[in-house]
Design a protein around this ligand. Sequence first.
Ligand code: UGA
Ligand code: MN
Length: 306
Amino acid sequence: MPFVNIKKQYLAFGMLVFVVLFLFNSRPAIQCQFTPEVSTYVPTIYGITPTYARLAQKADLTRLSQTLMLVKNFHWIVIEDSETKTSLVENLLKESTLKYTHLNVKTHKSKHSTVMDVNICVFKTETITTSWYCASGVEQRNVALNWLRGHLKDSDDKRGAVYFMDDDNTYSLKVFDEMRKIKKVGVWPVGIVGGMRVEMPLVTDGKVSGFNAVWKPFRPFPIDMAGFAINATLFLLHPEAKFSRKVQSGFQESEILKYVATKDDLEPLAENCTKVYVWHTRTQKPSILNPKKLKHPPLPDDHIEV
Ligand code: UGA
Ligand code: MN
């Protein structure tokens, strides 16, 4: 019988440890019941990202989507520049934990120069390089804005911030915290853009008094797409607001902003525009060796998605 007694003691001790551990683990839940209820409303951020097929696409989208997974209440609108949706983008979105909308529209670029192309493609001078340049993402962002208007009309919550995001930029989580504060249009500096270390609005007494841009400083809003976000409700108040192919290069930002704000409406964020929370990074085009030209060609790898 002493053997049975010992076992009972062990059993009792084990149960005691279990109860203590259980109570310890449940402590936050128990405490929560006594925490006064505070407002937890976080405005939705609608990120609008055009994207197109290229070798570094999956790498760029992986990096971006995994940043976005860390952002609270974020809705990603991804618009493929293609006739049909691709399985690469579809699977990447499905495998993410993101709330997303997947759309597509193909940009129709004419092979031959037409009057319209002359309008689309104008000379762009950057500090080091000079190149012919056509605006990208115009049709894709407009399709996204139309989707957003329909979505907001059907939603009880029409609030939120709209941010136009290139798929190859670098975003700090801090930039998303900033844009939740906006009333109309929030602005902030963008790193490594327009031939400058940082392109930014200039702020005097808490108001935007000018811009430091050197590339086309005569633009009505000389800022990059990554440097502002717009209150979503304004797209319902201005159903005509959209991007246009009819404006010259570098004027897409001014084009959309002209519908929703004047310079006086701009709200300087990121500590009065003194901090950089987004960078206009650009992924270098990879150069791949032609297997046919190699003496010892590598094994075929077409079956692997890169
Ligand atoms: C700059 C601005 O940061 C962009 O917001 C603006 O759209 C672009 O110029 C422009 O006006 O063309 P940049 O780095 O030169 O950016 O442009 P990309 O990153 O190559 O393209 C902007 C977005 O459009 C990207 O998300 C990209 O994936 C997409 N894109 C690009 C397409 O959907 N189709 C294309 O043929 C090219
Ligand atoms: Mn880019």
